[in-house]
Write a protein that binds this ligand. Structure first.
Ligand SMILES: [Zn+2]
Ligand SMILES: [Zn+2]
Length: 380
């Protein structure tokens, strides 16, 4: 297992070493996607990119991984990381990294979203790692803190199972409202000007999400699932991924209900999905960028970090994901001008660590188990 303890500083060859390992692994997995696209790529996503563009990206990743490995060799006394990087690059080339062939792909019943995982991870890493390094909120926080692997596992699982989550989160809306004749309402929604339709989609889903989220905080049994999301002590771009699968299922299902009922256009739906994918990462990230007056319009890292505050005096604030005014309406808004929470996480000692332990944790104890939890619960 890779053990990473050093704090990242420019010019030591460490960053270039990590980048070469990261790109080497990504390229190797990318080749595997080209080999087995029926099983490892998503049809909806294949409609967005082309095989040719992915081939260019793969070639660029292999070359970049090589260049970073060379740079790391020159800068660093520790040759471990560039060597590991080169190992992955060699493996990528041996399995055919430079001569993959995009081909027509027939749909299979089940598939994993490895393409979605790789592309989203690459994009998020490229956007947020530099932001966190240049404008960090907590300077002392290591990029590779002690639980980053746990958060990465959450990221991988939710992306690989994108088809499964997509199917099951649509079922409650279909079951509840599928029998109604909603085509008239759909026509009305889609006749709205695009900007209005989009803002309406953001508002109505955030409203549903707000109450679902609040419900997760106020009901003891549900809190056991949502507490996993709050267990992170190191807020960063990967931290938001730490969400129990029941939490993902319920929250996404409830947000999907208004999307289904109002029947938003495909464009609005796609913009919403892309916005949420980036915004959910942003609000957890370790950055002090405060977005000026926009922080009163859209949820920002400062806003959501207060939601994760460890101090019980500030529990039960900022449930909205997109619009702070929803919290204002329901009396749960909290955004002091330039203050940030001192710590994030849970008071509970010995909270389980690691994906598997956290996945079974909510099922292992009966509700109202300990006095401490009851005490915390009453404050929440
Ligand atoms: Zn919460
Ligand atoms: Zn959060």
């Amino acid at each position: 297992m890779m053990e990473v303890k050093e704090n990242l500083k420019f010019g030591q060859g460490l960053i270039s070493g990590y980048v070469s390992v990261f790109l080497g692994i990504m390229a190797l997995l990318g080749v595997i996607c080209f080999k087995y696209p029926e099983w490892l790529t998503t049809p909806e996503f294949r409609a967005v990119y082309t095989g040719a563009s992915m081939k260019i990206l793969l070639t660029a990743s292999i070359i970049a991984a090589m260049l970073f490995a060379i740079l790391s060799f020159m800068l660093s006394r520790n040759k471990k990381w560039p060597l590991i990087g080169l190992l992955f690059i060699t493996a990528t080339i041996v399995v055919g990294g430079f001569d993959v062939d995009p081909r027509p792909v027939s749909n299979t019943r089940w598939h994993l979203g490895l393409d979605w995982l790789l592309l989203d991870l690459l994009l998020m890493a490229v956007i947020f790692i530099p932001i966190e390094m240049v404008f960090p909120k907590r300077k002392g926080q290591r990029t590779f803190h002690e639980e980053w692997r746990t958060d990465l596992v959450y990221f991988c699982v939710s992306h690989l199972l994108v088809q499964f989550f997509g199917i099951i989160t649509q079922q409650p809306a279909k079951l509840l409202f599928g029998w109604m004749g909603l085509s008239g309402l759909h026509e009305w929604t889609q006749s709205l000007p695009f900007a209005i339709e989009l803002l309406f989609a953001f508002f109505i889903t955030d409203l549903a999400q707000y109450w679902t989220h609040r419900f997760f905080h106020t009901h003891h049994f549900l809190w056991r699932f949502h507490s996993i999301h709050h267990s992170t002590e190191n807020m960063d771009w990967l931290a938001g991924s730490r969400t129990h699968f029941i939490d993902i299922f319920v929250t996404r299902s409830m947000a999907f209900v208004p999307l289904y009922v109002f029947g938003f256009s495909t464009l609005t739906f796609n913009v919403y999905i892309v916005f949420m994918a980036i915004h959910a990462v942003l609000i957890h990230s370790n950055t002090r960028i405060n977005f000026g007056f926009l922080k009163y319009v859209f949820a920002t890292p400062q806003y959501h970090h207060w939601h994760h505050c460890k101090n019980p005096n500030h529990y039960g604030k900022n449930f909205a994901t997109i619009f702070p005014f929803i919290d204002m309406i329901f009396g749960t808004y909290y955004l002091p001008k330039n203050e940030w929470p001192e710590d994030t996480g849970l008071l509970e000692a010995n909270f389980p660590k690691g994906y598997v332990k956290q996945a079974i944790y909510p099922f292992t104890k009966s509700p109202f188990d300990s006095d401490l939890e009851m005490e915390e619960y009453s404050k929440r």
